[in-house]
Ligand binder design. Structure first.
Ligand SMILES: Cc1ncc(COP(=O)(O)O)c(C=O)c1O
Length: 392
């Protein structure tokens, strides 16, 4: 799975992508994976919806349950899933809270997570475990774990008779690799383990993002599906639909899932209504072309950093538009040191990227989106070379 730096040719830019975004042209924005950025036509669609809302708030809100339902149906079709099992939510942070609140846990139960999990999600798991008297078991996956088979074996080896729940990433945030694939999820299901899958990066990135074997799967549409923030989706297996506990009880509660989870009183629902326009744009550009472009550009960026700086590329997952590389020992190992690297890359070189702390050398993650160009990874490499040439 490790790419050869000499073969990762950059892709040609996709036509029509030059003026699609409002990013500061001075900056090299190599961090689409964290917050996404909203394309101009989708920003305009949301502005149009907001103007409509402000012309007649009463009329707009009266018709919102219907319009949210229509957006959900459209988004379910884009995601290739059944609208009856899909709810719109604000983001993954909210979706994991709903899932953890809905799964019954007893004292002594075991919850599996991995050390590649997203920090806020793992913290939510710890709080839920504390409240239930359950125990969290963290599966350590060495950074050089070669492939999905090795990940599956490591997670399954940690399952015991007390394992009630596994909370796993579909594509991990710091290391940009697949953790929970169909094989692992089917095996956990066969062992009676409830699965909660964090698919934050999957919509727009993977052609079939929803994992049908996951009891709870959720993702963000504001990362790779070009939706306005805050648009997330939560898909549950049919047997859970009647057992989902919304975070807040509101007017639509009596209608059950998904409306009970979606409705949160007076709120700005325009991101959800504009979200189908994000998928529409992806289709206009050619979703397959966008995916191939982004993956090839991420591979190129990773190769540039490996080649020029000798950074160790971490195993990559096919189809993913991000790459992770290891900083040298002593660099970015703790929280403060990792933030210092990101801050310096921004202040001195106007490059946005992510460094996550890791013992033995922090992990640098780069992203690629249609607005990125190959020279931007060269700029990151030059900035990092300068930074690393100084004593750590
Ligand atoms: C794997 C993963 N999970 C969860 C999140 C949190 O997403 P949000 O802040 O939109 O809730 C992120 C965001 O980067 C992520 O990468």
């Amino acid at each position: 799975m490790i790419e050869d730096p000499r073969t990762a040719e950059p892709p040609a830019p996709l036509p029509g992508t030059d003026k699609l975004f409002t990013l500061d042209p001075v900056a090299a924005h190599l961090n689409h994976g964290s917050y996404g950025t909203v394309p101009v036509p989708v920003q305009q669609e949301q502005e149009r919806l907001r103007a409509e809302q402000e012309r007649d708030p009463d009329g707009f809100f009266a018709d919102l349950p219907r319009r949210v339902g229509a957006a959900r149906t459209a988004l379910a079709a884009e995601l290739g899933t059944d609208p009856a099992r899909l709810a719109l939510v604000a983001n993954v942070t909210e979706a994991v809270a709903v899932a953890l609140d809905s799964v019954p846990l007893a004292p002594g139960d075991r919850i599996l997570v991995t050390d590649h999990g997203y920090g806020a999600v793992t913290r939510a798991v710890h709080r839920r475990a504390e409240e239930a008297g359950a125990e969290v078991h963290t599966v350590r996956l060495p950074l050089d774990t070669p492939d999905e088979d090795a990940v599956r074996e490591a997670v399954l080896a940690a399952v015991t008779g007390r394992t009630a729940l596994a909370v796993l990433d579909q594509l991990s945030s710091p290391t940009a690799r697949r953790i929970a694939g169909p094989g692992l999820l089917a095996a956990l299901r066969a062992r009676g383990v409830t699965t909660v899958v964090d698919g934050a990066h999957a919509p727009g990135m993977l052609p079939e993002p929803v994992e049908p074997d996951a009891d709870f799967w959720f993702g963000n549409l504001h990362k790779w599906a070009f939706a306005p923030r805050a648009t997330g989706v939560l898909a549950v297996r049919p047997e859970w639909a009647g057992k989902v506990r919304p975070l807040a009880l509101s007017w639509e509660h009596h209608r059950g899932f998904p409306a009970s989870v979606e409705w949160r009183g007076t709120y700005d629902y325009t991101p959800w209504l504009a979200a189908p326009a994000g998928f529409g744009l992806l289709r206009e550009l050619g979703a397959g072309q966008v995916r191939r472009h982004n993956e090839a550009l991420a591979a190129h960026g990773g190769a540039v950093l490996a080649d020029r700086l000798g950074l160790e590329p971490l195993p990559a997952t096919a189809g993913v538009a991000m790459r992770a590389l290891r900083l040298p020992p002593g660099r970015g190992e703790g929280d403060e040191a990792a933030v210092a690297v990101m801050t310096e890359l921004w202040r001195r070189h106007a490059v946005r990227t992510v460094v996550r702390p890791w013992p033995g050398g922090g992990v640098l993650r780069i992203s690629a989106q249609v607005y990125n160009r190959p020279h931007e990874y060269g700029r990151l490499a030059a900035g990092l070379a300068e930074l690393l040439s100084r004593r750590g």
